[in-house]
Design a protein around this ligand. Structure first.
Ligand code: SAM
Length: 347
C-alpha cells in the first residue's frame, strides 16, 4: 500500500473560505467551437509536451486531497473526453482518499469525482468512465434545435449529445446534470424548452449566466440573461420554490412544486457567490488559479518538472491560496478580463 502524505490542515484563504473543490483541466482542445467560448479558427493549442501528464495530475491531486482535505475533483477542459485514455486518469484519481488522520469531517473520504463534458462521445465512453470510478457527469446543452446547435457550437452534433445524455443515464451516474449557457438574442427563447427537457428526462438543468470569458471578447452586460429573468420564465409555467442552503455550490436551486425535480441557475454575473467559493483550478499546463477570473497564476508544472518535493508543492499551493481575492469584480470599473478564455482555463 502507498504511503499516505502527512496532513497539513485545511486550505483556508485570507477571507476564511476553505478550499474543498479542485477543477482540473486535462486539455485546452475541444471538438466543438461554441461561440461564447472559442473562435472558429485560430486557437493556439498548447504543445503536447506542455500539458501535464496523468502522473503529474495525479500527484497534484494527491497533494490536495491527502494533505489539504480537498473533497471534490472535477475534470474539465477544453473538452476532457478528447484527451486520450481519460478513464485511465479517472481510475488513478478514484484511489485517492482524504488523509484518515485529518482533523477534518472529511477524513478518509473518497473525493467526489466528476467530469464536465459536451457529451458528444459519451455513448462510447460513459460505461468505461463509470467503471473507472467516475461519480458524476455534467453535460453542456444550450439548445434543442439542430440548426441553432450548429450556429452555437459550429458542429452538427445535437443528436450525438442527446444520445450521450441517455448513455450517461444508462451507465448509472448518480445525478446527470445539464449546463445551459443563456445568451440574450441567441437562445433565451428556449429557457422553458430546456427546463421541460430536464423535467421530462429526469435530469437537473442548470442555466449559466453568460460570463466575460469568450475568446472573441464579444461579451457585454446586455447579452447576459439574469437569474431573475430565467427563474421568472420557468416559474410562469411551472411554479417553483427556492431550495434553501446552497452552501458552496455555484448553482442556486429551485424545486418544481409538482414534484418533478429541480432546476438550477449559476448567477456569476448578477448575483456573484464568491463569498461561498471553495474552488481552485489547475489549467491543462499546470497553472494554479484561485478564481475563474484570476489574473495571477502559480506555475506548478515548473515545480513538478524542476524536481520539487511534495512538501514544496504543498507550500506553493498554500501560498497561492493565500492570495485568493474576496471576489471577481464583473460589472465594476476594477474588473480586468483574464487573458485566457474559458476553454483555456477549464470551466
Ligand atoms: N467542453 C466541456 C463542456 O462543454 O462542458 C467542458 C469545458 S466548458 C469550458 C465548461 C463549461 O463552461 C460549459 O458548461 C460551458 O457551457 C461553459 N462556458 C464556456 N464559456 C462560457 C461563458 N463565456 N460563459 C458561461 N459559461 C461558459
Amino acid at each position: 500500500m502507498r504511503f499516505m502524505q502527512p496532513w497539513n490542515g485545511d486550505l483556508v484563504d485570507p477571507f476564511g473560505r476553505t478550499v474543498r473543490d479542485l477543477r482540473i483541466s486535462v486539455t485546452d482542445r475541444c471538438n466543438f467551437r461554441c461561440t461564447y467560448c472559442m473562435p472558429e479558427e485560430g486557437m493556439q493549442w498548447l504543445p503536447r509536451e506542455d500539458i501535464l501528464t496523468f502522473e503529474e495530475i495525479e500527484r497534484l491531486a494527491r497533494v490536495c486531497v491527502e494533505r489539504f482535505g480537498v473533497d471534490g475533483l472535477r475534470l474539465t477542459g477544453g473538452e476532457p473526453t478528447v484527451r486520450a485514455h481519460l478513464p485511465v486518469l479517472v481510475e488513478k484519481l478514484s484511489h485517492l482518499r482524504v488523509n484518515p488522520q485529518a482533523d477534518s469531517p472529511y477524513a478518509g473520504r473518497k473525493p467526489d469525482l466528476s467530469v464536465t463534458t459536451n457529451g458528444a462521445t459519451l455513448r462510447l465512453l460513459a460505461d468505461e468512465l463509470r467503471q473507472a470510478g467516475l461519480d458524476r457527469v455534467n453535460i453542456s446543452l444550450d439548445t434543442l434545435d439542430p440548426d441553432r446547435f450548429l450556429q452555437m457550437t459550429r458542429r452538427r452534433e445535437l443528436h450525438r449529445v442527446l444520445d450521450g445524455i441517455a448513455a450517461a443515464q444508462e451507465a448509472g451516474f448518480d445525478q446527470v446534470k445539464l449546463n445551459a449557457v443563456v445568451e440574450r438574442g441567441v437562445n433565451d427563447d428556449e429557457i422553458l424548452a430546456l427546463a421541460d427537457f430536464g423535467r421530462d428526462h429526469g435530469v437537473q438543468v442548470r442555466f449559466i449566466e453568460f460570463m466575460p470569458l469568450d475568446a472573441a471578447g464579444h461579451w457585454s452586460s446586455t447579452s447576459v440573461v439574469s437569474q431573475d429573468e430565467i427563474v421568472a420564465a420557468i416559474a410562469a409555467v411551472h411554479p417553483l420554490e427556492l431550495v434553501p442552503a446552497r452552501g458552496s455550490a455555484p448553482a442556486d436551486r429551485w424545486r418544481y412544486l409538482d414534484g418533478r425535480g429541480e432546476v438550477g441557475v449559476i448567477p456569476t454575473v448578477t448575483k456573484p457567490f464568491c463569498g461561498d467559493c471553495d474552488r481552485v483550478r489547475i489549467t491543462a499546463e499546470g497553472q494554479f488559479r484561485t478564481c475563474l477570473f484570476a489574473t495571477r497564476e502559480f506555475d506548478l508544472r515548473a515545480l513538478l518538472r524542476g524536481g520539487a518535493s511534495d512538501d514544496e508543492l504543498a507550500a506553493e499551493i498554500a501560498r497561492a491560496v493565500g492570495t485568493k481575492w474576496a471576489g471577481h469584480a464583473i460589472g465594476q470599473v476594477a474588473f480586468v478580463r483574464p487573458n485566457r478564455s474559458m476553454s483555456q482555463i477549464g470551466g
